[in-house]
Design a protein around this ligand. Structure first.
Ligand code: COI
Length: 358
């Protein structure tokens, strides 16, 4: 079903937009419109519309405000050199949104509606897709429970929104390596919890450890499994990889607590096609730390839609502090980053069928 368009009566002028697209950081600028649909238990999904970007009217009893009935996605639209605009694996995000929806007792969103909302929004706001190097239009689809009820139950009313943010790099300073604090006291997710769902609560829980890490002088936090405190899971908003000196690339196996990153799965495929071996398995902290100290683990990198591929130059916790390799971005990290971004920006042939033109 098509999205009805209610045009913004006061869109940014060309000059205002040009000004706002200058020196883009991540997630600070927003376009003129947003897509919106409403679900009710009685009628299902209805009222597909693109409307002016702006504040939501919400009842203070709306369930998202009390019981965190929220899930989200993140994907990007890229401006190619010929001016055309392309999405990276949007169906993978649509499918993951529905896995998150299931876990959080929210209604599934038909993949066609997800795709249609993205096409409709990116089309009307296409002038907002930036063209400077390393920039893109970051798309943030999300579902919120808008039931007006303080009882705890699966909501009978839900809103789907899609907003778009012209963005630059998540980390300032290009591919500068980040430092990671390995968290011992707090966990991101526990067995049977919501770790694999992309729900706001997981990210909220990561903020106190993140603050502590920043106070210690580190950029990001790496979480260990809650059951044993010994196995690597992921960072607050990124998956993690390690590279062995024999070329084997390691990443934590999806154990139900880890976000199933679209970038993560794309990297696994790219690395295999470089004739390197990828192993998804449990990686213990002891093994990683020893490996880095002994020079067997030569690279570590984090990845995500926002973070792309970000090298890790240093890892530490209460009882150790190690430099990864020589502290600079390693060759496998840089190669993977280049391969991925070449496909996303149309500089290399998309042999995987990952890109969809808007
Ligand atoms: C993304 O990488 O798209 C995410 O959703 C992570 C978020 C912390 C920006």
């Amino acid at each position: 079903e098509a999205f009805r368009v209610v045009r913004n009566p006061n869109p940014a002028t060309d000059a205002e937009r040009a000004e706002r697209l200058k020196d883009l950081a991540f997630g600070l600028q927003f376009t003129d419109h947003m897509a919106h649909m409403t679900w009710t238990a009685d009628e299902g999904w209805a009222d597909r519309r693109v409307e002016p970007y702006g504040p939501l009217q919400m009842d203070p009893a709306a369930s998202v405000l009390h019981y965190a009935q929220e899930i989200f996605e993140g994907l990007k639209a890229y401006r190619w050199a010929d001016g055309s605009v392309h999405l990276f694996r949007p169906v993978a995000n649509a499918e993951r949104l529905n896995r998150s929806a299931w876990r959080m007792a929210l209604p599934e969103l038909p993949v066609e509606d997800f795709m249609e909302s993205i096409h409709a929004l990116v089309e009307i706001d296409q002038a907002w897709v930036p063209d400077a190097p390393e920039t893109s239009l970051y798309l943030r689809p999300f579902l919120i429970g808008t039931d007006v009820f303080l009882g705890l139950r699966a909501p009978k009313r839900v809103d789907y929104l899609l907003i778009a943010s012209p963005s630059g790099p998540y980390f300032k300073g290009g591919v500068k390596p980040v430092s990671i604090w390995v968290e011992r006291d707090y966990h991101r997710a526990g067995p049977g919890g919501t770790g694999a769902a992309k729900c706001g609560g997981n990210y909220a829980a990561s903020l106190r450890p993140q603050m502590a890490a920043i106070e210690r002088g580190f950029d990001q936090v790496l979480y260990l499994d809650a059951a044993t405190g010994s196995v690597l899971e992921e960072l607050g908003g990124m998956n993690v990889f390690a590279v062995h000196k024999d070329g084997t690339v390691l990443t934590p196996i999806l154990n139900g607590n880890i976000l199933e990153g679209v970038t993560r799965s794309s990297i696994i495929q790219l690395v295999e096609d470089e004739d390197l071996k990828v192993v998804e398995r449990d990686i213990t902290l002891t093994e990683l730390r020893q490996g880095i100290e002994d020079g067997d683990i030569v690279e570590v990198f984090a990845c995500g839609t926002a973070a792309i591929v970000t090298p890790v130059g240093r890892m530490a916790s209460e009882d150790f502090d190690v430099t990864v390799g020589d502290g600079e971005p390693g060759p496998v990290t840089l190669k993977v980053r280049q391969r991925l971004t070449d496909i996303q920006y149309g500089r290399a042939e998309d042999t995987y069928g990952w890109m969809t033109q808007v």
